[in-house]
Design a protein around this ligand. Structure first.
Ligand SMILES: CC(C)(COP(=O)([O-])OP(=O)([O-])OC[C@H]1O[C@@H](n2cnc3c(N)ncnc32)[C@H](O)[C@@H]1OP(=O)([O-])[O-])[C@@H](O)C(=O)NCCC(=O)NCCSC(=O)C[C@@](C)(O)CC(=O)[O-]
Length: 306
């Protein structure tokens, strides 16, 4: 069979941001710094370091500036350090640290938009527009992520036309990339493909990335379904850490280790050293006193111990 899959996939490890934002006890800045450096040591070239959101809304990200200051002396030129920014206030704080990429995060669900960023979808685009313009004026990349592209914790199923609409608006204001997120992990492969297909009304396939939570154990299947359409960038979280404070019950993203294992098994290059990645996942899981959420990591560790 002819291999139609991409030869290389970019992994965006979102564990320092999406993975930790939901933790109720404060994770010290030096632990986040160690996690990021472990990921980089494993070969991760793109990561979401933190978010410049209101600390009243997401207290865990309140050390955003301190974290980027701590990372500055050892910052790696070839690594893309992304940060989430919801508005100009966040941009003004973020720009002091010159992130490589700004992530503006909208939603395909009106209710989720209100719950997550306290405004409607159209209002969110109005807030993001000056952020995207300011980032581009300073030579910083802009990525848009769309939450709830297949399902919403408040509205249930989401019509793909909503995904097309938000994709269009994000591209109009300057998003160079569009992340298709299954925030609560309810998607199945054909639903995810429909959401991606809707985004393709306005975006080129090279602009799209996948962001799949694993609540129903579908995230790896959804990743494969997106790969089959030619998507070559995925947000993943080491040890499967994470969840969104405004999507109760949703678990973490698909584990980076599981995606890397699958991709390498398919002959797709990631540049990531799986053994070193397992070390990164084990360290943060040990700190959080939580079992490692990656099937692949657990299998590798069990094999070593047997
Ligand atoms: C967007 C806001 C700020 C609106 O929140 P708001 O309360 O409507 O904001 P406001 O403009 O009315 O300001 C209220 C106060 O917040 C301050 N403020 C205002 N903006 C900022 C800022 N950027 N940084 C720091 N402070 C800020 C502002 O200065 C003011 O301070 P006060 O005068 O009361 O002292 C708020 O709703 C918020 O921070 N939401 C973030 C929620 C969040 O981070 N959710 C998780 C990330 S999204 C996600 O996980 C999904 C994703 C991306 O992973 C994909 C997926 O899986 O779906």
């Amino acid at each position: 069979m002819k291999n139609a899959y991409p030869k290389h996939v970019t992994i965006v490890d979102v564990s320092p941001r999406d993975g930790l934002q939901n933790e109720s006890t404060t994770v010290p800045t030096e632990v986040k710094q160690a996690l990021i450096n472990d990921l980089i040591a494993a070969g991760v070239k793109k990561l979401e370091a933190t978010s410049f959101v209101s600390p009243k809304w997401v207290p865990q990200m309140g050390d955003n500036s301190a974290l980027l200051d701590a990372l500055a002396p050892t910052r790696q030129m070839e690594v893309c350090y992304s940060v989430l920014v919801p508005n100009m206030r966040g941009f003004e704080n973020a720009i002091l640290h010159r992130p490589d990429e700004i992530v503006i995060f909208g939603s395909a669900s009106e209710t989720f938009s209100q719950k997550n960023i306290n405004c409607s979808i159209d209002e969110s685009i109005e807030r993001f527009a000056p952020v995207a313009a300011a980032a581009k004026a300073q030579g910083i990349k802009v990525r848009g992520v769309i939450s709830c592209t297949v399902g919403c914790p408040y509205e249930g199923e989401i019509d793909p036309s909503q995904v097309a609409y938000v994709t269009k608006r994000l591209i109009e204001i300057g998003s160079e990339k569009i992340g298709i997120a299954d925030t609560i992990g309810v998607g199945t492969p054909l639903k995810v493909q429909r959401a991606l297909q809707a985004a393709l009304e306005y975006a080129d396939i090279s602009m799209l990335s996948g962001h799949f939570h694993d609540t129903y154990g579908q995230a790896l299947s959804n990743t494969l379904a997106a790969l089959q359409m030619g998507v070559s960038e995925f947000d993943t979280s080491v040890a499967g850490l994470g969840g969104c404070p405004y999507a109760k019950g949703a678990t973490g993203n698909v584990a980076t280790e599981d995606v890397v294992y699958m991709l390498h098994g398919m002959g797709i290059h990631t540049g990531i050293d799986l053994d070193k990645l397992v070390v990164a996942g084990e360290r943060i899981s040990a700190f959080l006193k939580r079992p490692n959420g990656s099937n692949v990591a657990r299998a590798i560790i069990n094999k070593r111990q047997s």
